[in-house]
Design a protein around this ligand. Structure first.
Ligand code: NAD
Length: 484
């Protein structure tokens, strides 16, 4: 194995414990590169105990002082970007340029955390003569974040900088499919000066996730993953009276109007459906082609066909994921859809055992087909034809998900209509991956998000803190009123 077995990071040290473990694969090669321990209640409890020890001093530190760690940490992310990107690429499979973008986004998330002293200020008002009301934000205590496989570095950073800068002690449960990046995050946070116990990593799968949901001393949980597990985690956490924000899967629709700029629309669509091998919750999954848009489809097919697997597009995460995705394509074809770009049979020289699928575009998909309704999470674009924008919006609205939707058009009126009526939390106009950049918050609707608010940006301040309302009177000469 290239890397020794991954270890939990508890109380400022990497813990060695005899635990059952799973193999970790390099998806591009199909080889085992490490092993990940499957922690249970005891390991989680050790992390919670260390976090509780660290919390009083960390939360008592002024926020301006706390964020100094993230100024230093952001620099470290930038200095180590090559190494961090290589590690992401190795454990997740995405190509290095995509892995670098992930680290750049993680740095941007830290930049936002560094601005929290300017944003997360309290409020104060003299509500009647001599009586002052003020609101201050307080951290929640020990909190946790549970992450998916598709962004081993960035998604943990949706929660880590803000939760910690706002005064909490944070326990990360990475995906067991991509556990390596978390160790480097822990090392770099420590190098940046974060005290022991403020950030910890507990590896594992279902058992430790359930332990997080059940632990009485964990106050809040952010979860990112599939809808099925998001629902289970949200139900279990809130049943235990915890605050929970659980982001789920997606089925993003990209509406293309006949007046769309052909080159921009075609290249954006292919980039959106194939980036990170289609394993992004913001990936285009369905193109709703309105009326005379054959020219855009033809150009998108041309661009997709020219992509070189192994160079322009990485593998999917596992042998099971590859089989599942190919199953969706086969089923759509059997139901009468037309595979116009076929990535099912690709091989990459020197990486014959990697889990590669080339970009795949399927035309003549009907809304009732499985491929039109379920999250495929691979480099597959289903094209559904529509006569007009109202029909296109109706198709989008019928999805139970609601992460993202986009429209390609030159008409402001059509764009505004889609922005207003799309049943999704993040909407783009002439943008294939409408991810809000900081300080704007990230979060979907419907089956793509359970809980209130958004996970990043200003939305996260509400989630990671509780407000205390204080009413004071120091000015006795002001007289009395109904309050005192
Ligand atoms: P997943 O739901 O399988 O796993 C997510 C996390 O849950 C992992 O840490 C995993 O260990 C844990 N887990 C898995 N099974 C569990 C169980 N039975 N009980 C408790 N915990 C369990 O998701 P994934 O395959 O790692 O990630 C891909 C999914 O994540 C896709 O559906 C994608 O759309 C979604 N995603 C959503 C967003 C978003 O912002 N909405 C962002 C990234 C990924």
């Amino acid at each position: 194995m290239k890397y020794p077995q991954v270890r939990n990071y508890i109380g400022g040290t990497f813990a060695t414990a005899e635990l059952p473990a799973l193999d970790v694969f390099d998806p591009a090669m199909g080889t085992v590169i490490s092993r990940v321990p499957l922690s249970g209640v005891a390991e989680l409890h050790a992390a919670v105990t260390a976090a509780k020890r660290a919390f009083p001093a960390w939360s008592a530190m002024p926020i301006k002082q706390r964020v100094q760690v993230f100024f230093r940490y952001k620099r470290l992310l930038e200095q180590h970007i090559d190494e961090l990107a290589a590690l992401i690429s190795e454990e997740n499979g995405k190509i290095v340029s995509e892995a670098r973008a992930e680290v750049e986004k993680a740095a941007e998330l830290c930049e936002f955390a560094c601005s929290l002293p300017q944003i997360a200020t309290g409020e104060v008002l003299e509500v009647s003569r001599g009586v002052e009301c003020r609101i201050e934000r307080f951290p929640l205590g020990v909190v946790a974040g549970i992450a998916p496989f598709n962004f081993p570095n960035m998604v943990p950073h949706w929660s880590i900088p803000n939760a910690i800068a706002l005064g909490n002690c944070f326990i990360l449960k990475p995906s067991e499919l991509v556990p390596l990046s978390a160790g480097r995050i822990a090392e770099l946070l420590t190098e940046a000066g974060l005290p022991a116990g403020v950030f910890q990593v507990v590896h594992g799968g279902r058992e430790v996730v359930e332990a997080i949901c059940d632990h009485p001393d964990i106050s809040a949980i952010s979860f990112v993953g599939s809808t099925k597990i998001a629902k289970a985690v949200y139900r279990r956490a809130t049943n235990n009276l915890k605050r929970c924000l659980a982001l789920g899967g997606a089925k993003n629709h990209l509406i293309v109007m006949p007046d769309a700029d052909q080159e921009m629309a075609a290249s954006n669509i292919v980039a959106s459906m194939s980036g990170c091998a289609g394993q992004r919750c913001m990936a285009a999954s369905v193109m709703v082609a309105v009326s005379a848009t054959d020219h855009v489809i033809a150009r998108a097919a041309e661009i997709a066909r020219a992509m070189v697997p192994g160079k322009d597009i990485g593998p999917v995460i596992s042998v099971e994921a590859k089989a599942r995705i190919i199953g969706y394509i086969n089923a759509a074809e059997a139901q009468g859809a037309k595979v116009i770009v076929d990535g099912r049979h690709v091989t990459v020289a020197g990486k014959e055992h990697g889990y590669f699928i080339g970009p795949t575009i399927i035309d003549q998909v009907r809304p009732e087909m499985q491929i039109a309704q379920e999250e495929v999470f691979g480099p597959v674009l289903a094209i559904i034809r529509a006569d007009d924008v109202d029909q296109a919006i109706a198709i989008e609205n019928a999805s139970p998900y609601g992460n993202a939707a986009s429209v390609y058009t030159e008409s402001g009126g059509v764009a505004r209509k889609v922005m207003e009526r799309a049943n999704a939390g993040m909407v783009g106009v002439n943008v294939g991956v409408p991810v809000p950049r900081e300080p704007f918050s990230f979060g979907g609707w419907n089956d793509s998000r359970f809980g209130v608010g958004d996970i990043t940006g200003k939305g996260s301040i509400e989630f990671w803190t509780q407000s205390k309302k204080m009413t004071t009177k120091w000015n006795r000469e002001a007289g009395t009123n109904w309050m005192s």
